[in-house]
Design a protein around this ligand. Sequence first.
Ligand code: F6R
Length: 369
Amino acid sequence: EKGGYDYFMLKEIDEQPQAVAETLLGRLSETGQIVLDEVRLTDQDLRDVDKIFIIACGTAYHSGMVAKYAIEHWTRIPCEVELASEFRYRDPVLDRSTLVIAISQSGETMDTLMALRHAKEQKARVLAICNTNGSTIPRESDAVLYTHGGPEIAVASTKAFLTQLAACYLVGLHLAQVRGVMYADEVGAVVDQLQQAPAQLTEVLAAMGPVRQLARDLKDASTVLFIGRHVGYPVALEGALKLKELAYMHAEGFAAGELKHGSIALIDDGTPVVCIVPSPVGRGMLHDKMVSNIQEVRARGARTIVIAEAGDEAVAAYADHLIYVPRTPTLLAPLMTTVPLQVLACGIADARGNDVDQPRNLAKSVTVE
Ligand code: F6R
């Protein structure tokens, strides 16, 4: 069943180009229009939306964080992302013009379900992004966009995350199109880029040998830090989560700009710091800020593991290990930059002799609050 792989997780990491392609399939028309036919919300409903809340847990929450950057940029609708377990127990301001997007691989996560019910009681419309047909969360939602990632068996989420990203991008572009805030050719340009993602992911996967080697090298580290900016920040959080859950190792993700406000004190001689670098193209400022953050951690002794875009030579001087991924527009970069972090966590866990597919203390679907 593992198809020759040692772990389901490795198989599922390798299935990502296909999973993303399936999630996009049939939803992008040749004219660059987005087709979301399972969305039972009228175009008028979508034009009336004046606020978006994304609710999710764990890895799905990280995909929601990425979605916020894309949705606000493309649609200009204010968008908040919140952990479902927090959303539920406060008093969020919602009404019938609020769109709540619930993201869940399993469709059965109790915290997300309860947050969804809380939103519905206040008349908000709920759109589910889910991987499991007919599960509870989509059944209770007004509309659903299924990610077609196929079953995910390993406890740690990999392909579900990438397909959630793809689905969120589709939702953002669709909203922008329906509301007339993006021209068809602008949407078309992003769609073209999205369509290249599966082939680019295949390239990323083919280049993972050095990451597996690095994983063996890092197996005895006492802590691993991850830093990123903009959409690289949720990627840093996701990299740290994978490492915690699989390798039982202390790991933490930070917004790179926040380091100097305290956390940089953690860095000691040889502390591994994984740095997610934004594209130097388009948002050069963001790139330059990140490069100075890498210099800062390195000056304090960090061993830097740099994930950057192919062709970015400016970072090479500050990287103890350099991993290139193909060029994408900044907002789509998490589709690429997450993959080396999955491979790294899986490799470290394996080197430590852990059960990669069934980490201790965890269940695939968390149906208790
Ligand atoms: C981490 C992981 C979890 C899930 C979280 C939400 O690898 O798998 O953090 O992402 O429990 O699960 P779903 O998406 O099923 O609601």
